[in-house]
Design a protein around this ligand. Sequence first.
Ligand code: M6R
Length: 612
Amino acid sequence: MCGIVGYIGDKLAQPILLNGLKRLEYRGYDSAGMVTYLPVKNSLSIRKLPGKVRVLEALLKKKPLSGNLGISHTRWSTHGEPNQVNAHPHLDCKNEIAIVHNGIIENYAVLKAQLIKEKHKFISQTDTEVIVHLIEKFYKDCSLENAVRQAISKLEGSFAIGVISRREPDKLIGVRCGSPLIVGVGKDENFLASDVPALLDATKEVIFLEENEMAVLSKDKIEITSFSGVPVKMSPVTVSWDVSQAQKGGFTHFMLKEINEQPAVLENMLNQRILKDRPEVFFDQLKISREEIFAVKNITVVACGTAYHAGLCGKYILEELCKISVSVDLSSEFRYRNPLVDKDTLIIAISQSGETADTLAAVREAKKKEAKILAVCNVLGSSLTREADGVIYTNAGPEIGVASTKAYTAQLSVLYLLAIYIADIRKTLDTNTKIGLINTLKTIPRLQEKILKNQKEITAIAQRHHHFGSFLFLGRHINFPSALEGALKLKEISYIPAEGYAAGEMKHGPIALIDEYRAVVCVAPHSKVYEKMISNIQEIHSRRGKIIAIASEGDEKIKELTREVIYIPQVDELFSPLITVLPMQLLAYDISVKRGCDVDQPRNLAKSVTVE
Ligand code: M6R
C-alpha cells in the first residue's frame, strides 16, 4: 500500500517520478505528491493534492517542478484522512528534509508527543510525519544517512521510506523495513521504487533491498548497508518484464486486458513447466527436494482474497490427485491461532504480490514451527519469495488492475502442475492418467479463448442485471471456490453486495434471500454435482430469483429454468475452475463499467495489502 518513486541523476526528475507514480497507482490512490530539490534556490519544492496521480499531473502542468533530485508518492491512507496536508511528501520544521513513506509507524503517538515537547511543529495527522521530525532531531553534526539511521532505530512498525535533504542534495536515501523497496540501477542516474513496473521505462537492472537495509544513492554510486551500517553485497537482477506489459495495450482497462491475457498466461506456464520430450512437470526454483516432499504428511495453504480462493480450489486438486490432507487458511486467521503445523507440514503460501502482510506473518509463524514453506508468487524478488524455502513463480506478468484475474488463473495452473508433480513423487497417479491430465490442461487455453470471444453475450446479461441491488453466487465442489471468487470480483469493482456460497448450504440460510429482486449466479457445468445444482436452480426459480446460469455447451435442460445462460465449453470437472471463472470476471467487469465505477482502481482498495 502506497507507492514510492525516487530519482537522482542528470535528467529532469519530474517526468520520471510522474511516470513511475502512474505505474504504482494500483498501490493506493487517495492522494499524490512530489518534491524536488531546486539548486538555484537551494530549496525543496513540493506539490501534493488529494486524489489520483492525474490530479497531481494537472497541477504539475500548471506549476512544473524542475531539479534532478526528487521523491514522490501515491497514498493509500491509514492515519489521517486523504487531504492535502496528509498527502506525502512530508517536511521537517525547517523545510530542509523531505520524506515519503509506505507502511505504518505503530509507536507514532508516543514519538509525536515527545517531539512536540521538543518543540517540533506537526501539521498533519499522519504517522509518517514523526519520521521526518526524528531525522531532523538527529541531523545535527552528522550525515543524512546517519540521522536516518538514528531515526529509524526509534521506529516500531513497517516502513519503506525515501528521504532527501537540501543540505546534501547529492543523496537519495531509501530504507526498507517490512515494506518493499527496490533500487533501480542506471547510468549516471539511480532510482528508488516500491515495485518494478515504476522503473520499466528507465531500467531493467534492479536491486531488491532486503529487510533492514538502507540504500544511499548518488547519481553514479549505490551503497547498501544494514541498519547498523555494515556494507551489504549488492546483487542486481535483470527483470524480464517489459514496458508494454505495464500498459493497457489498446484495452479500455487493465482488468479487461488482464482477463484477455489468461489463455497466454496458462499456455506459457505449460510451456515452461512441462518437459518437451516427456510428460513430466518440473520447477526450477522449488528448492524442496523430492525426498522432502515425499516426507510431507499434510499440506496447509495460506493466502488472502483471490489467492485464498485459488488455495481452496487447490485443496480439491491436491487431495484428489495426491491423496494427502490439505487445509486452507486465511493468512489473517492462521497467524493468530497457534496452528497445528510442524516439520511434516508443507505450507503453500499463495500471493500475487508476495508482499501481503498477513501472508508474510503466517509464513513466519509456520517457520517457527519448522514447516517447509513453498511460495506461489508472481513478483520476482518479493518478500515472500525471499522468506520461503522454495518458490514457484506464476509468471503472469505485471497485474495492474486491483481486481486479480490473470494472477488467479496462474495460481490455479501452478496448483494443477504442483499436484501432478507431488502425485508423481507419492506414486498416486498412474502414467496414463498423468498423461491424460497434462493433455487436458493443454486444451484449456483454447477453451478460454472461446469464452473471451463471447463477451458480447455477457455484456448483454450485464446490461439486464447491473441495476440489481445484491447478488448471490452459488457453486458446488470444486466450483464452490469459483462462486466465492465470482462474488469477490463483483463486489470489489461494482460495490454491489455479493455473497458466494456452497450451493449445498443454500437451504441452511441463504434461500431466505431469494425473491424477484435477487440475482443468483449459478455455476453449473456438467459434473458429478450437476443434478444437485439443477435442484438448487429449480428452488431458486420457484421463488422467482433471477438466475444467471453458467452451464456447459449443449445443456438444454437448464434453459427451461432460466433464459440467462452463459455457455462454456465442456471440460473435465477437475479443470473447470479455469473455465468457469472467466464469465464471472467478465460479468463483474461489464457490470462495473455499466455502473460507471472505477474498474481498475476501486474505492478504498489497494493492490498490495502491506499492512494488517
Ligand atoms: O498479493 P496477494 O495475492 O497476496 O493479494 C491478496 C488479496 O489482497 C487480493 O487477492 C485481493 O483480494 C484482490 N483485490 C482480489 O481481486
